[in-house]
Design a protein around this ligand. Structure first.
Ligand SMILES: [Zn+2]
Ligand SMILES: [Zn+2]
Length: 317
């Protein structure tokens, strides 16, 4: 099963559950669990000036492990290996569990990465699973980041950081934000990806009429996030054989300081995916805030391109 998360792309077996995650592409972690083993990844910024050798990073990791487990951790073997295009440090550890550590510097994404596997007992099947995860793992890309989980997939530029997320049984929500500040303007772009599952049950009366669904169930939520939300136009379009409703809007607002103003553009696309029984709703926005005396013009071309590229990468089932 493919997982794309914060600039990492890898394959893990079906039986592994994605159980925890935190942070963003710069610094973060994620964890998968199965009956008899777990797999954790951690990454943090790599600053060449303060760089420690990977061996030192490994030493620290083991020290932390000993401290948190309050029992012996023995290092059985130290090796070097290759992960994606990097030279990596590999450690075999024995605690109450059989553990393996892979650590490396990704100079492309500027991160120090640690992969930590722990097994009740390490056998051929474990080895196969671990090797597959490590061999398929990609820690950097020249293109957009692939986000792939829970049966859907999309790509967005690496400059968008995951800043908010919620995954519950009936609803999953991911917010990505890109900020660019200069002395005379503050620009930000956001991509909000949401879906609602079991749509034919939970929205029995509206899931076939997305305009109604949007007004009745979603608009209020969206307004909490985007206060000046208003859509001036609406059109229908086919998306992977589903009917998609696209709404567009533009708003002007004053900021707290009287001398600055904000211009925002927003696009929302909503559709019902019959294959997964989910309602997907994507909202893309672009905002520029500047002092009143300056013209605030949004780069329409870039905005259109972002939307087109994002939509064309999106797979809902
Ligand atoms: Zn890399
Ligand atoms: Zn679909």
């Amino acid at each position: 099963m493919e997982y794309g998360w914060n600039g990492f792309l890898l394959e893990v077996p079906e039986e592994m559950r994605f159980t925890r995650e935190g942070g963003n592409a710069e610094k973060g972690n994620l964890r998968f669990e199965a009956e008899d083993f777990f797999f954790e990844m951690k990454w943090e910024p790599f600053t060449p000036k303060k760089a420690r050798s990977i061996a030192e990073v490994a030493e620290d990791f083991i020290k932390q492990m000993k401290k948190s487990k309050k029992r012996a951790v023995n290092v059985l073997r130290k090796d070097t290996t290759q992960v994606f295009k990097h030279k990596a440090f590999c450690l075999s550890l024995k605690s109450a569990l059989d553990e393996r550590l892979y650590m490396w510097y990704c100079d492309e994404s500027k991160r120090v990465v640690t992969c930590h596997f722990a097994f009740k007992s390490f056998d051929e099947a474990c080895k196969k699973m671990m090797t597959h995860a490590i061999e398929t793992l990609k820690c950097h890309t020249e293109k957009s980041y692939v986000w792939s989980l829970l049966n859907f997939r999309f790509e967005i530029p690496p400059s968008f950081l995951l800043t908010d997320r919620k995954i519950t049984i009936g609803r999953a929500s991911f917010l990505f934000v890109e900020r660019k500040a200069s002395p005379f303007a503050e620009k930000s772009r956001e991509i909000l990806v949401e879906y609602f599952s079991m749509a034919n049950l939970l929205f029995e009366d509206t899931y076939r009429d997305l305009r109604k669904w949007f007004e009745k169930n979603y608009m209020k939520d969206l307004k909490k996030r985007y206060r000046q939300l208003g859509f001036q136009s609406e059109q229908s379009r086919k998306f992977k054989r589903h009917d998609m409703v696209i709404k567009q809007g533009k708003s002007l607002s004053s900021l707290s300081s009287l001398t600055a103003r904000k211009t925002s553009m927003r696009t929302n696309a909503t559709w019902y995916c019959s294959r997964t029984n989910r309602i997907y709703s994507l909202t893309i926005s672009s905002t520029i805030a500047r002092p009143l005396i300056f013209k605030r013009s949004l780069d329409l071309e870039a905005y259109k391109n972002l939307i087109e590229e994002f939509f064309s990468s999106f797979m809902c089932h």
